[in-house]
Design a protein around this ligand. Structure first.
Ligand code: 1WB
Ligand code: MN
Length: 345
């Protein structure tokens, strides 16, 4: 055990009762979102949900300062970078989403104020109303001193390459704050074959959804307008480190024949310049070593994905990972301190 190494876990989920109650209403309402398969089990497990209630994730999401903190103590986990869990506020209508994002940010700032050495946080915003979102983003960084932003992929089936979201991207870039794109279930047009066999969520669908989101952002050329924008993706990069060579090759061809917009840089260059990844929920030493060698040790951070994945194996994984001690320091805390502006010890 590297007991003295600071350990900052960077994709750690929480919720508040008000958001949980609103999600229960969504589950009972007419939405045809694929998210309902999983969200029902967490927030309305008295219904006929597929057994997720038994895992009691809701308890682990609402509890921040009690059992979670004790477990962090026991395992030597110094800090959780908290984010409002998927689907965040994005299934709600614009006004509800705007209000609940602000409330969640206030609560998050209160938790951090009580435990400044133990928690940091990513701010929520309601992409539905991009201008109001930009205001909340500014408040979250300048007043609440939060550390970046959380976005749960699509919003009502729309993605960040849509020009309507430019105020959001402008705000993130101007505030020099990273947007963490966390999964939610695939959008309406993408969900067809992902609806069966439990493929909708963390097993496969989440990665397809966020990977698609990230490739849309790169191929649309939006990083030419926002060259300093930083996007974080979890789950060892949602397969993109493995695919980037082919994305790059085929995009270059698509640009040549006019099927993809002309861009100033190549896809591989955008991936290197504008993206960072975390290990959340992928405890595979070969995948970690590959990701580091492929995209650089400065671009990879450790995460647990609590409470959806247990803390102890995530710590054991990183303690034993096939990396140098200098690399382990960067993975465990150095990169998170730089990217999320957490004061080094
Ligand atoms: C699970 C994982 C469920 C995540 C989630 O619900 C989220 C799961 C919002 O493993 O069932 C996640 O964040 O990886
Ligand atoms: Mn997660």
């Amino acid at each position: 055990m590297s007991g003295k190494m600071r350990k900052i876990a960077t994709e750690e989920a929480f919720s508040i009762p008000e958001v949980a109650a609103e999600l229960q209403q969504i589950v009972r309402g007419p939405s045809t979102s694929l998210d309902k398969l999983l969200v029902r089990g967490i927030y309305d497990s008295g219904n006929d949900g597929p057994g997720y209630g038994a895992m009691n994730f809701l308890d682990g999401l609402i509890d921040v300062e009690d059992r979670r903190l004790k477990q962090m103590d026991d395992l030597g986990v110094d800090m959780h970078l908290l984010s409002l869990t998927a689907p965040g506020v994005q299934m709600f209508d614009a006004d509800t989403a705007t209000d609940l994002a602000a409330l969640a940010n206030d609560r998050l700032a209160e938790v951090i104020a009580r435990h400044p050495a133990r928690f940091a946080g990513l701010a929520s915003f309601a992409p539905h109303s991009p201008k109001r979102a930009a205001k909340e983003m500014e408040r979250a960084i300048t007043e609440l001193k939060l550390n970046g932003f959380i976005l749960n992929s699509h919003t009502h089936d729309e993605y960040l390459d849509d020009p309507k979201y430019w105020p959001v991207l402008e705000a993130a870039e101007a505030l020099d704050a990273c947007i963490y794109i966390h999964p939610r279930a695939a959008s309406y047009g993408l969900k067809g074959p992902l609806q069966d066999y439990g493929m909708d969520s963390a097993m496969w669908g989440y990665g397809v959804e966020v990977g698609t989101h990230a490739v849309r952002m790169m191929t649309s050329g939006l990083f030419d307008h926002f060259p300093k924008l930083k996007i974080c993706i979890g789950h060892m990069g949602e397969a993109l480190p493995f695919w980037i060579w082919r994305i790059n090759f085929m995009n270059s061809r698509a640009q040549t024949i006019g099927r993809s917009p002309k861009t100033e840089l190549s896809m591989a260059e955008y991936f290197q310049r504008n993206f960072v990844i975390t290990t959340s929920g992928v405890e595979d030493p070969l995948a970690l070593r590959y990701a580091i060698d492929k995209i650089g040790i400065d671009n990879v951070m450790w995460a647990i994905d609590y409470p959806y994945q247990p803390m102890q194996p995530a710590v054991e994984f990183m303690d034993a990972a096939p990396v140098s001690e200098a690399e382990r320091h960067q993975l465990y805390h150095g990169n998170a301190e730089r990217i999320f502006k957490i004061t080094p010890l």
